[in-house]
Design a protein around this ligand. Structure first.
Ligand SMILES: [Zn+2]
Length: 423
């Protein structure tokens, strides 16, 4: 670092000496070119205006690009919104289907619950039948046992105590009857129990079928629920995308507004510069057409036509002249508009003359404009040719005159000209 510092300091001293020599030379040159300074300043002002114009043009370009981007984003947003609406619709249908499945599940569950209740009742009935059967069987066994224990009234004693064969047969029949009766009671109870068992089996089979149905429905339900979740996720994703696109559109809108504000400021500055400009070319105002054309077919301002009685507020004066007659600038200035407006002024030019004065020349022949915006023109310079473009019914020059933005009677510009009435 130390090594590098020394030569740098040396160079610096040499530079200062050179600057001093240059300054001396500059002063001498300035003294020589002083008479040319005013024109140099004039062109400097023109450059500043040109700069402003090019800045305005580039701001317009940027605003139009931003506007294109905004349009594109809005299209994207529209597509996302449409997808979003479709996703929502799909989700709603899936929700309805899910609700239908839920209803089926609920219905099946309530059927199952009914079967559970019936099965519980039947199980109670079964245990009661089993108890009755058991009790009857026990009573039968008890009877047999007590008959056995009593000895004489046992089956065997009944049989063996018969007095004769006929008595034996009677006794046998009686034993059979008793046994048959006991058997019938037990059989009836067994049959009743079996019926309950059959009912129970049928109920259990039905319930098993419903359980199977419900298992199927549960699978369907979980599949449907995952479809709904997918649709919801898609919808949420699209919502996020739409939000992002909206934010971008808003950002572009803010950018467009910012550019427009900047453009308006530059335009104001340009208008200010033009208004402040003082053009010294020519003295007074020169007539824009050969002086033989001074007959007016329309005057400036509010006027009721003497014959037709039609009311008209005219923004300038109409001077008829043959098509092709040159139209010239009434005073030097800067062209602030040179354009074609097919529905109003036709081919027209606006010149700012400084001090807030502007003049406008309208309805010139198509393609005859010889100046463009930003051009400096001198008094008497040809701007175009008389024509009948735009809102016009015959060859004429429509001339307007403004002071600080307020329209005036253009005749005021030419105090030495005598106009004749051609209305
Ligand atoms: Zn007119």
């Amino acid at each position: 670092m130390k090594k590098g510092n020394t030569p740098q300091k040396k160079r610096k001293r040499v530079d200062w000496r050179r600057v001093f020599v240059c300054l001396l030379a500059l002063v001498m040159v300035l003294a020589l070119v002083l008479p040319l300074l005013s024109s140099a300043l004039l062109s400097a002002r023109a450059v500043t205006q040109d700069e402003l114009r090019s800045q305005i043009a580039s701001l317009k370009g940027a605003a139009s690009e931003a506007s294109d981007r905004k349009k594109e984003l809005q299209d994207q947003l529209k597509a996302i919104e449409s997808d979003k609406a479709k996703a929502l619709q799909r989700k709603e249908i899936l929700d309805q289907q899910l609700a239908a499945i839920d209803a089926q599940v609920a219905n099946t569950e309530s059927q199952i619950n009914t079967y559970v209740e019936l099965i519980a009742q039947e199980e109670i009935a079964l245990s009661e039948a089993q108890a009755r059967e058991q009790a009857a069987y026990e009573r039968f066994c008890q009877r047999v046992r007590s008959m056995e224990e009593a000895g004489e009234i046992s089956y065997w004693s009944v049989l063996f105590s018969a007095s004769d064969f006929s008595d034996l047969l009677d006794r046998l029949a009686m034993v059979d009857m008793i046994m048959e009766y006991d058997n019938a009671v037990v059989d009836a109870l067994v049959a009743a129990r079996q019926e309950v068992e059959e009912n129970l089996a049928a109920l259990n089979a039905s319930k098993a079928e419903l359980d199977e149905q419900k298992a199927q429905l549960d699978i369907q339900r979980s599949e449907q629920a995952s479809k709904v979740a997918e649709a919801q996720a898609l919808f949420d994703e699209l919502k996020t995308q739409a939000g992002a696109a909206e934010a971008l559109v808003e950002a572009e809108e803010a950018e467009i507004k910012r550019l427009e504000r900047e453009q308006a400021a530059k335009e104001k500055a340009l208008a200010q510069k033009i208004a402040e400009a003082n053009f010294t070319t020519g003295s007074g105002y020169a007539y824009p057409l050969p002086v033989s054309y001074t007959r007016l077919t329309s005057y400036f301002g509010p006027r009721t036509h003497p014959i037709s009685g039609k009311y008209h507020n005219h923004t300038g004066i109409d001077i008829p002249a043959p098509g092709g007659t040159p139209v010239t600038a009434v005073q030097g200035g800067i062209v602030i508009t040179s354009a074609y407006a097919p529905k109003s002024y036709g081919e027209y030019v606006v010149i700012a003359h400084g001090n807030g004065v502007t003049t406008l020349y309208a309805h010139m022949q198509r393609g005859t404009r010889t100046v463009k915006e930003g051009d400096t023109v001198s008094q008497g310079q040809v701007l175009g040719k008389v024509g009948t473009t735009g809102s016009s019914t015959g060859n004429h020059l429509h001339l307007e005159y403004k002071v600080n933005g307020v329209r005036q009677d253009p005749r005021l510009l030419f105090p030495g000209v005598t106009f004749t009435d051609g209305t």
